[in-house]
Design a protein around this ligand. Structure first.
Ligand code: ATP
Ligand code: MG
Length: 442
């Protein structure tokens, strides 16, 4: 991508409305644009990151055996009346009336709709287990939308729904998602801690929130310090291996970790001082086993091996991609801007041509651009006629992991400078060496 033809509306000044660093950098880097309370456009740079986050989420859902579909944002109130949640959901639900005076709503979540899809076509336990997911916009009329896309009203969610004949089966499905989430957050460069969460009026003890520790987090959390030591499930994990999945779950739930609603001060205070961590956190995922809460009222039944009809056992599993993007920034930045983990960086490398009027700089930049693009890298080529200082500032602000600086003096000596955004290390090398370094392993 040539920056001269891209759309990157960088802000020079700090936007006053941004209270936290991720919101500030997302606005300054031209990733998002606000239209109203909690409503945002994702501009090209932001869209690139969001797509990469979604790709990782999708790959890990697919790996675990979940199957993707796409449900609409608009829903009819009928299904919600059936489940009993139409009234119960309260003011967070945006209710709409269509021209025929039918009650509609903008979906805040999709349990009812997926149950309707399920009950209309699955009749036998032989079609189970099943896990269906989608990545779709949601709307919740949050009382306090804030911090940019961290807590917005329209936001994206990956929501998955599992269906099993028995409680044991459903618990295994839950552990599959638990492991898939650990892998997902790890690939996003985050260490998310599963914390016991409130199951609300449904009861049972199977619900975990995945929390990233960050000073700007909205939740107060309490956990053991040793979560950093635990292993992430391997890529070739066999998701049908019940014992293996149980082992992962047991390890990751063996230490104290709770949000303030579930906090047990006595149990926590009994831990040695050096092991206790009380901090703030951002909820990036929430998984839930809720048994037959929807299948019973909505009559989603399957025939079991005994020939009888059984209400299906369900779970739901949410991750918020549009919250994850700022959460990653909260976890990875410095005073100059964002530092993207390689896995979600909008571009792998930026070529900074310090003097576009110089023919030699132009031809070296073009050569780099072509070679790196051909090797499959996402490359941004800063071919604008901005000052060198402004170009460096932009490259640091938008957080591209590798910067290649092409300047007249270096080029005369046959060299370019390769800078690593995270370590700050700068190394001068030949153009060929720079290409070899950035394409290594491709
Ligand atoms: P919170 O307590 O933060 O309001 P929630 O418990 O209402 O979250 P869930 O219904 O469990 O959220 O939704 C699953 C995921 O969707 C959350 O873990 C979060 O990543 C994301 N999410 C929920 N609400 C928002 C929002 N207003 N803005 C952005 N992402 C959100
Ligand atoms: Mg909420």
């Amino acid at each position: 991508m040539r920056l001269s033809r891209y759309f990157l509306p960088i802000l020079k000044e700090n936007p006053k409305e941004a209270e936290i660093v991720s919101h500030r950098f997302m606005l300054r880097a031209g990733m998002i644009r606000q239209h109203g309370q909690g409503i945002y456009s994702w501009l090209p740079l932001g869209k690139r990151v969001l797509d990469k986050v979604n790709r990782i989420i999708r790959e890990e859902q697919d790996r675990s055996g979940a199957v993707e579909l796409l449900m609409p944002t608009m829903q009819s109130a009928d299904l919600w009346i059936e489940s009993g949640r139409y009234e119960a959901y309260g003011k967070e639900m945006l209710r709409i009336t269509d021209r025929q005076d039918r009650a509609m709503l903008f979906g805040p979540t999709n349990e009812e709709m997926i149950t309707e899809i399920f009950r209309s076509s699955v009749k036998s336990y032989k079609q189970l287990p099943l896990n269906l997911y989608h990545i779709q916009w949601k709307f919740r009329d949050e009382i306090r939308p804030r911090f940019g896309t961290m807590r917005s009203r329209e936001f994206m969610m990956k929501d998955a729904y599992s269906f099993d004949l028995t409680r044991e089966g459903a618990e295994h499905s839950y552990r599959k998602m638990f492991a898939a989430y650990l892998r997902t957050f790890d690939r996003l460069g985050l260490r998310a801690i599963p914390m016991r969460a409130d199951t609300g009026p449904i009861g049972g003890n199977l619900s975990h929130e995945f929390i990233i520790l960050a000073e700007t987090g909205e939740s107060e959390v309490f956990c053991h310090r040793d979560f950093v030591k635990f292993d992430i499930p391997a890529e070739d994990l066999d998701f049908d291996n019940v014992e293996k999945l149980q082992g992962i779950f047991d390890q990751w739930t063996s230490l104290y970790a709770a949000t303030d609603e579930m906090h047990d001060a006595d149990a926590f205070d009994a831990l040695p001082e050096g092991e206790r961590l009380s901090a703030r956190g951002i909820e990036v995922g929430h998984i839930f086993y809720f048994g037959t809460k929807y299948s019973e009222p909505m009559n989603a039944m399957v025939q079991g091996p005994d020939g009888k009809e059984h209400p299906v056992h369900m779970g739901s599993y949410g991750i918020g991609p549009t919250r994850l993007v700022p959460a990653i920034i909260e976890a990875s930045h410095d005073e100059n801007g964002i530092i993207w983990p390689d896995s979600v960086a909008p571009f792998d490398a930026v070529i900074i041509n310090m003097k576009v009027s110089d023919e030699a700089c132009g031809s070296v930049s073009e050569r780099l651009y072509e070679a790196l693009s051909n090797a499959g890298l996402d490359v941004l080529y800063d071919d604008t006629d901005e000052r060198a200082g402004a170009k460096f500032a932009t490259a640091d602000l938008i957080g591209v992991p590798n910067q290649i600086v092409v300047g007249p003096r270096g080029v005369a000596a046959g060299e370019v400078e390769v800078k690593n955004r995270r370590s700050g290390e700068r190394v001068a090398m030949s153009v060929d060496a720079a290409i070899a370094r950035l394409t290594a392993g491709r």
